[in-house]
Design a protein around this ligand. Structure first.
Ligand code: UTP
Length: 319
């Protein structure tokens, strides 16, 4: 007799959760092939992911986050003008030798940190045809296992871990998991927006539909998709079937919309609701906020910088 027949009243999702054996997620994909037009002219010849957040390029925080979630196999999707990304995670023998000669062990260690972090792989997205298309470029590397996607310009504060929670949720619920953040109603048109239903876990919702950058008044909720995903490999087929959408790009959100309507084969899609600190370093305002906040909190720079900032703000308020 079928063991689930004995219990009779289990829902499909419950059965799925009980029978799903957790595939170990070991690979992180970091799409970083976008044009970064919001940050021109800085990004004309420099990838936006290389812009410094205090004294580390934004992308290093993202790779560190992947490693902190036990994902040390990292595939970066790059494109034209993105060579500095590869150089940053490679050794720089000349620089290392110069620092060794000077006996500057502190800086030497900082320089080596990025090349010792993870096993890095790179693939080029010939034309930036959209985030969905960028993720599809990872298929030969990923194979048939669930995997994580971290957007290269999205910075999650290391003290507010999100990815490990998402991996945990994917292990128990199966399917695919996205990260959601509640935003102001006037901001939702900048994001993918999710239609959601509650689950029995306070920070987890079932995603029932998704709309990329909804027109004013058309968003199904104020829950915005942010740049962390744990995806079932069925997403690759879904992307292949996805027609160009918003801005003529192949949108990952549109492929995930398809998966959100399924109970298996890549679905269901759950969302982990994030309430921590997150910065879109591809947006000039958010980039500035990230630098000020992270600089204030640094032991080496913070005390002096905070004092200066206090004086500056006081003077500004008086004008
Ligand atoms: P964004 O839309 O934020 O990146 O894509 P963008 O196109 O570079 O930015 P703007 O709007 O022109 O300033 C989100 C993420 O997807 C990657 C980007 O690098 C970014 O990490 N992406 C986007 C790709 O890798 N390939 C693409 O074709 C599009």
């Amino acid at each position: 007799m079928n063991r689930f027949f004995i219990f009779g009243t289990f829902t499909n999702a419950m059965v799925h959760r009980m029978t799903h054996s957790r595939a170990r997620i070991g690979k992180a994909i970091i799409p970083a092939a976008g044009l970064g037009t919001r940050f021109l002219p800085a990004t004309k010849a420099t990838p936006k992911e290389m812009l410094p957040v205090v004294d580390k390029p934004a992308i290093q925080y993202v790779v560190e986050e992947a490693v902190a979630a036990d994902l040390s196999d990292v595939l970066m999707i790059t494109g034209r003008n993105k060579r500095p990304l590869e150089d940053h995670f490679d050794r720089n023998y000349e620089l290392e030798e110069a620092l060794t000669r000077k006996g500057d062990d502190g800086r030497l260690a900082r320089v080596r940190e990025s090349s010792d972090l993870a096993t890095m792989h790179y693939v080029r997205q010939g034309d930036p045809k959209g985030l969905g298309h960028a993720v599809l470029c990872a298929e030969p590397h990923v194979g048939n296992e669930p995997f994580a996607v971290l957007l290269g310009d999205d910075l999650i504060d290391p003290r507010d871990p999100l990815l490990s929670r998402m991996i945990d949720v994917q292990g128990r619920f199966g399917g695919s998991v996205i990260a959601l953040m509640e935003v102001a109603p006037e901001q939702i048109h900048l994001y993918g927006a999710a239609a959601i239903k509650p689950t029995d876990e306070v920070d987890v919702v079932r995603v029932t539909d998704l709309v990329e950058k909804p027109d004013a008044g058309q968003a199904p909720s104020n829950f915005a998709v942010i740049g962390r995903y744990v995806l079932d490999p069925a997403v690759f087929d879904a992307i292949r079937k996805t027609e160009p959408g918003r801005n003529g790009e192949i949108q990952l959100t549109d492929a995930l919309r398809e998966l959100s309507h399924r109970d298996a084969d890549g679905g269901p899609v759950h969302g982990v609701v994030f309430t921590g600190r997150r910065y879109d370093t591809g947006d000039r305002g958010d980039y500035l906020r990230a630098i000020v906040r992270l600089a204030c909190e640094r032991d080496d720079l913070g005390p002096e910088f905070r004092n200066w900032l206090r004086t500056y703000v006081t003077e500004e308020m008086q004008e």
